[in-house]
Design a protein around this ligand. Structure first.
Ligand code: PLP
Length: 441
């Protein structure tokens, strides 16, 4: 094969991506030795940084014993232990884990379990799942059907289910201030319109990531929604694929509110990227009727509960606890938001800085006074992210605007980010914005 030929299908087919050589801590190095500060943990995933020896060692030891077993033939120790740890650590009665390989699969599993739950309870007509605009739950068909993400849906709209979506909690662009009660009323209205007898569950990311650039709902928001869901016998699925396992300064982001979900999905930070791993975690009261009924969850994948992935997940969980990293995410997140607000003041295009812990969003606008977004074809998020990468800084592009007309990026570094790395991040970001502003304005 000629040196410049590639047979790998990459996100942009004709683009020359740098080839990674290795990662250490919050940095990645390419084959030419260039250093990149990973300010977004890849896709908000590498939450304990790269190259942690304890995790690699745990995977090695597990691989020497056995790397794969099929879940219908064997259970395995790492999967059992990880499920036990999650039951101990997660709030309420969230005690039963179904391990899969991606966040999208975790969403699909949550959809199936919530429909099956109502079937086992003698209510088979409850099959619909409600969701919100500016949301992302995965790229597979069921998960994408529930995702209020304009751009990712567009090409496939013809094959997706389409229920009306609830408005997102988006203070920056609200025409009038909306409280939790206002959203609860809207949800109640939507449920009445469709018919509560047809709705199995409502799914939401507690803090919206890629589809909204770190949208943090206000106080009482989830308490108000949960009350409406309970009144109508509708399950609450909390999509913690991006927020889960410490990123926002609590194990689950929903713990910032007083509203315990019936089902939670986890991914990304669960194994911090050391191996593909995600989970659908269900509460006792959701599993009980299934156990008493058919006694079978009608879902699963060849690589479900993979011992190697679960060993990685266990080692990551242990590392996070040993170094008190959830607390660290909360404290360094607060500092980072303050620093980014200073960058916002100095910048002509950073319209909003928002987020919680180490899930922080910057929304870019053409005019800070009017909040007018850049035209879509300017591809602002891509321009900024690409310039940052040239500067040796990795940022994650994200959508903004009620109909995806805006642009932003996520700053979500590993929880282990040091003071020096924080300074490097801010310096490279300021330089990136300065260059891009010259180009765009
Ligand atoms: N849910 C949320 C909130 C996500 O952010 C993502 C991915 O970004 C997913 C689900 C889908 O996860 P995956 O890409 O692992 O399939």
């Amino acid at each position: 094969m000629a040196k410049d030929e590639s047979y790998l299908i990459k996100p942009l087919l004709d683009r020359n991506y740098p080839c990674v050589s290795y990662g250490k801590g919050a940095a990645l190095y390419d084959m030419d030795g260039k250093r990149y500060l990973d300010a977004c943990s890849g896709a908000v995933t590498a939450s304990i940084g790269h190259g942690v020896d304890e995790v690699v060692q745990a995977m090695y030891e597990q691989a020497r014993k056995v790397s794969f077993v099929y879940r219908s033939q064997f259970t395995n120790e790492p999967a059992e232990r990880l499920a036990m740890k999650l039951a101990e650590q997660l709030p309420g009665q969230l005690n039963h884990s179904f391990f899969v390989n991606s966040g999208s699969e975790a969403t699909e599993t949550a959809i199936k379990i919530s429909i099956q739950y109502w079937q086992e309870r003698g209510r088979p007509e409850k099959t619909l799942i409600l969701s919100r605009w500016m949301s992302y739950h995965g790229i597979t068909q069921g998960a994408l059907s529930l995702s209020g993400h304009y751009e990712r849906r567009q090409r496939f709209e013809g094959m997706l289910d389409r229920l009306p979506f609830l408005s997102p909690p988006y203070p920056y662009r609200q025409v009038r201030e909306m409280s939790g009660v206002d959203y609860a009323e809207e949800l109640d209205h939507l449920i009445e319109q469709i018919g509560p007898h047809r709705i199995a569950a409502f799914i939401a990311e507690p803090i919206v990531g890629a589809a909204g650039t770190a949208l943090v709902p206000g106080e009482w928001y989830y308490e108000a929604l949960k009350q409406v869901l309970d009144q109508h016998d509708i399950l609450f699925i909390c999509d913690e694929v991006m927020t889960g396992m410490g990123r926002t300064g609590k194990d689950l982001a929903i713990e910032h509110w007083d509203a315990t979900p019936d089902i939670v999905t986890l991914g990304k930070g669960l194994s911090a990227g050391y191996a593909p791993l995600a989970a659908t975690v269900v509460a006792d009261h959701v599993l009980e009727p299934i156990q008493a009924g058919s006694n079978l969850i009608m879902s699963g994948h060849t690589f479900s509960a993979n011992p190697l992935s679960c060993a990685a997940g266990l080692a990551v969980l242990h590392y996070v606890k040993k170094h008190d990293l959830v607390k660290r995410a909360a404290t360094i997140g607060e500092k980072l938001i303050e620093d980014l607000q200073e960058i916002q003041t100095a910048s002509a295009i950073v319209g909003d800085v928002r987020g919680k812990g180490l899930l922080i969003g910057l929304e870019f606008v053409k005019n800070k006074a009017t909040k007018a977004p850049f035209p879509k074809d300017a591809q602002v998020a891509a321009v900024i992210v690409n310039e940052a990468q040239r500067q040796g800084l990795l940022l994650y592009p994200s959508a903004a605007g009620l109909k995806g007309e805006g642009a932003g990026c996520l700053i979500a570094p590993p929880f282990t980010l040091t003071k020096e790395e924080r300074c490097e991040l801010l310096g490279k970001l300021a330089r990136t914005l300065e260059r891009v502003e010259k180009q765009l304005l």
